[in-house]
Design a protein around this ligand. Structure first.
Ligand code: HEC
Length: 235
């Protein structure tokens, strides 16, 4: 029964992710393959503390050496009022990369464009009409939509393989305060940090996996030798 429920929940999540990507007018960008390290995670954590933590919590992320070093600690996280933000409060981001995937989150911060009709002054390609203001306007600069809103809705209905990447339909209006390549590295570190928050023990689990496989291999050899000895005795 538990297996059935697990399979059912995985299918629902997978369908949700497909649906979320399908409704967008762009395809997702792959996150750069930066190797995660303690220094990178701390730097991503610092970016989170500076730019996200006034609004978002990470409620499943309790005290942890990476969190402590970057200032992402439970008592600094905001208490979220479900009625705030006209009923669309900032969601808890503890499991965001497990729910949406790292490529989605990476592309998310390249999807803002200026839109004077919105109260925040900007709109978003992946989550249209979001109430979240662009947290990286200073660092990243601002973008302008190069096609009309009608053309956007046409793209939404295209099959995923025919959707353009964000940089085909957005153009830089004002450059950010840091070079684009540096912003990209900082953003990747932020996503790596949020991926770490989703599963802090992943590295330990993967390292343990290697040992378990080695144990099973040795056990297999011992069991095989024993098996041969027993059969010799029976012959
Ligand atoms: C000023 C407050 C504020 C700041 C700062 C902020 N956010 Fe948000 N964020 C929101 C609100 C409000 C929403 C919900 C938007 C909605 O539902 O329309 C949101 C939604 C999101 C979502 C969408 C979640 C989903 O599943 O659709 C992500 C991802 C996110 N924020 C990440 C971040 C990250 C990472 C940072 C820091 C770089 C950040 N936010 C900074 C207010 C904020």
């Amino acid at each position: 029964m538990r297996k059935f429920f697990k399979a059912f929940i995985s299918i629902v999540i997978a369908l949700n992710v497909i649906e979320l990507c399908d409704a967008a007018p762009i395809r997702l960008e792959s996150m750069p393959q930066l190797k995660s390290s303690q220094a990178r995670l701390i730097s991503g954590g610092r970016l989170f503390a500076q730019h996200c933590m006034q609004c978002h919590s990470l409620q499943y992320f309790t005290h942890d050496p990476i969190g402590d070093a970057s200032g992402v600690v439970p008592d600094r996280m905001p208490k979220i009022d479900p009625e705030a933000w006209s009923g669309h409060p900032p969601p808890d981001l503890s499991l965001i990369t497990r729910y949406r995937g790292t490529d989605w989150l990476y592309t998310y911060f390249y999807s803002y464009y200026q839109d004077a009709s919105r109260p925040t002054g900007s709109n978003h390609l992946l989550t249209a009409n979001t109430s979240m203001p662009n947290p990286f306007e200073q660092l990243q600069g601002t973008h302008q939509l190069m096609i009309s809103k009608d053309q956007l809705s046409v793209l939404e209905k295209q099959p995923a393989s025919q959707k353009p990447p964000w940089y085909r339909i957005l153009k830089t209006m004002h450059a950010g305060s840091i070079p684009a390549a540096e912003f990209d590295t900082q953003l990747t570190e932020l996503v790596l940090f949020l991926e770490y928050v989703g599963e802090p023990h992943r590295a330990a689990r993967e390292a343990l996996g290697g040992w378990v496989i080695m144990f099973l291999l040795i056990f297999f050899v011992v069991a095989f030798l024993l098996y041969r000895e027993y059969w010799k005795m029976l012959d």
